[in-house]
Write a protein that binds this ligand. Structure first.
Ligand code: AMP
Length: 189
């Protein structure tokens, strides 16, 4: 059973690594960003509400984000484990997740913190803008997202450090190499 959180700045490879880990460990990769983008694509009421925030790189309010995550965690396929990609991102979300998990009498096994240089992040996000066409990968929004990560999320990573859950992984290498490093660490869970 694997309950894993992936943290790290935009462009560090959380999505790619979540998918690789998900298929190796046979637990779902859960991305709040993907769920929000689906709502926007499907033009739901929530999607319409969130579009401007996501397009400008601002965080979605905690109550909305946690409600979407709680729904997904309740699904049958998440009962035997999950990889969280992009949640939690704020101190309030750490508290929300603690509450959700303690209600289910479960805990997190490991928090992988992926890191890469700012130059690597910016060049990957700029490349992704041309391949994936994400509205929030434009140069000005990329800088804003990095800034918000530094302000809101980087300082809260240490909360999991205090709990002894963190494994730091370099996200600089090729995806397969990064995945190998994570699998080695997963072997120790
Ligand atoms: P991502 O695909 O993880 O880069 O997320 C894309 C966008 O969705 C972010 O820039 C935020 O606007 C929003 N988002 C995703 N996850 C969260 C979260 N945990 N808290 C707040 N906003 C989020």
């Amino acid at each position: 059973m694997f309950r894993i959180i992936l943290m790290g700045p935009p462009g560090v490879g959380k999505g790619t690594q979540a998918r690789l880990l998900s298929s190796t460990l046979s637990v779902p990769a859960i991305s709040t960003g993907d769920m929000f983008r689906r709502q926007i694509r499907d033009q739901t009421a929530l999607g319409r509400e969130l579009q401007a925030l996501i397009d400008t790189g601002e965080y979605v309010p905690d109550d909305i984000t946690t409600a979407v995550l709680a729904d997904r965690l309740a699904a049958a396929d998440a009962q035997l484990g999950f990889i969280l990609d992009g949640y939690p991102r704020t101190r309030a979300q750490i508290g929300d997740l603690d509450k959700l998990l303690s209600e289910a009498s479960i805990g997190i096994d490991r928090v992988f913190v992926l890191a890469a240089s700012r130059a690597t992040l910016i060049s990957r996000l700029t490349d992704r803008a041309t391949t994936d066409g994400r509205s929030d990968d434009s140069p000005d929004v990329v800088l804003r997202r990095l800034q918000i990560y530094e302000r809101e999320t980087a300082p809260i990573v240490e909360e999991y450090g205090r709990r002894g859950l963190i494994v730091e992984i370099s996200g600089e290498g090729a995806p397969e190499r990064v995945a190998e490093d994570m699998m080695r660490a997963v072997g120790r869970i």
